[in-house]
Ligand binder design. Sequence first.
Ligand code: ADP
Length: 210
Amino acid sequence: MPESNVSARRFSVGLTGGIGSGKTTVADMLHARGAAVIDTDLLAHQLTAPDGLAIPEIRAQFGEAFLTADGAMDRTKMREYVFAEPTAKARLEAILHPLIRIETERAAAQARGTYLVFVVPLLVESGSWRQRVSRVLVVDCAEQTQVRRVMSRSGLSEQQVRAIMAAQVSRQQRLAAADDVIDNDGDAVALVPQVDRLHASYVSLAAKCN
Ligand code: ADP
């Protein structure tokens, strides 16, 4: 049996949430408790780094102008372009999404945790992910909290952060897709009992899967 089929049977959590909701923070906490974390954003970054697997096709479809001097995808330029041009966004996604799925399965086949956590920012937006995971975990907070956190992390303006949020599904749509929810409107300490409780339940569900 191919390795990817073996990993497909392992208990897995799809961790999602809006920008700045706290996905990375929660993923780090689950990792510290023994989960294997696969961050699809990180894989996408690797694919578009110099010599990344997506670079030849990006060069062919978008041209050298969308690459930096060192041969990576020019992220800023591409972001601006696809924001203004929905067909370009679809073209870029058609290059990246299949490669991300391949790399995700490769990472999953090699992962050695108690269970798998896939961090997928656009899990609810891209329907097929929901079938891939055993549970959907949404990290949730008020929109105002998202804006405040992203502004202080990135230096983006409120308008820029809200434009990114507007391109994502609404908080209500995301919550409707959730099997489990972490409320991240409080401080970091408030996360601990929630993460502990969920981790314990995932460990026991994973044990039943094996
Ligand atoms: P995401 O991965 O969803 O974009 P992050 O986990 O990177 O979100 O969190 C966004 C920012 O907010 C980070 O700078 C992080 O350290 C901070 N942050 C996340 N959760 C909390 C919290 N409960 N209290 C204070 N700061 C937080």
